[in-house]
Design a binder for this molecule. Sequence first.
Ligand code: UD1
Length: 318
Amino acid sequence: MKVLVIGGAGYIGSHVAKALMKSGHRVRVFDNLSSGQEINLFKQNEFVKGDILDYPALLSAMQGQEAVIHLAAKKAVGESMENPMIYSSNNISGSLNILNAMVETGAKYIVFSSSAAVYGMPEKIPVDETAPLNPINYYGFTKLEIEKFMQWYDRLKGIKFVALRYFNAVGYDAEGDILGKERGSQNLLPIVMEVLSGKREKLKIFGNDYPTPNGTCIRDYIHVSDLASAHLLALEKLAGGMPSQSLNLGTGKGTSVKEIVEAVERVSGKSLPVEYADRRPGDPAVLIAAADKARELLGWQPQYTDIDKIVETVWRIN
Ligand code: UD1
């Protein structure tokens, strides 16, 4: 298929572009390189530099494409609460431009990068797709709204979508093909790596009094290459007639912040300086995916279930 990967020079997008290219799809990457990096592009794939807020540029890049994978978004939860305006314009207006351009160009399928943040503070763990959708940060709200826009564009214009609700995306391509380390990420593993490389003095663990076995927050860390394979399968299933869906992507296994620290210490052979800090507002104690629906409908199976193996892929490129 001819696929436009929007945000394809970014962290997750570059892994998706690789998976699509390897299975024979014709990939055109559209990226404004604001957080994406040229070093992440594959020479086999076409590249168009442009911004989703520049509608004529987007429209021109989409000509002749059958499908879109949309990963171009702002994703810092804290920033979204302080500066919602850039999330409104980039995430919401940008996504509407993409849907409008799809109607105009006749592209039929979209796989969208959604998030576990659409659930907010879940009442039941593991979280399945029937859980209440109550985002507690503006970032999560934008992801949920885009899912709703896609439902309407499906009803009104027949655009078929899969929204993939990622839990905690981590890791790097194990074959070393993607070299652009994420810059300025506020997520746990990138911060841990900055501590190991001396860029930061220590890791602040946000809260050690959560109702979890060791008091630190538990998350479902899913390897980025497993996320990538789900995008590929979602696209192929949509083209095969699967109706529009929202699907969780996680391993179903929880790992605490302390367990991440221990895994990093095992893999790197270094000790990681940590200090305990206050809880970060808006952090649920435990977030674990029930991803049975993705397994059943897509035939998806995450390959990385061992946290040490995941951390190794991060440590290797640092
Ligand atoms: C959040 C979103 C997720 C989104 C991701 C993208 C929620 C519930 N989750 O994940 O949907 O895709 O951001 O950015 O909104 N931690 C520390 N010290 C640090 C950094 C993190 O202890 O310096 C802890 C956090 O408290 C958390 C865990 O590490 O328990 C993971 O944090 P992070 O990587 O920021 O991701 P989430 O907040 O879980």
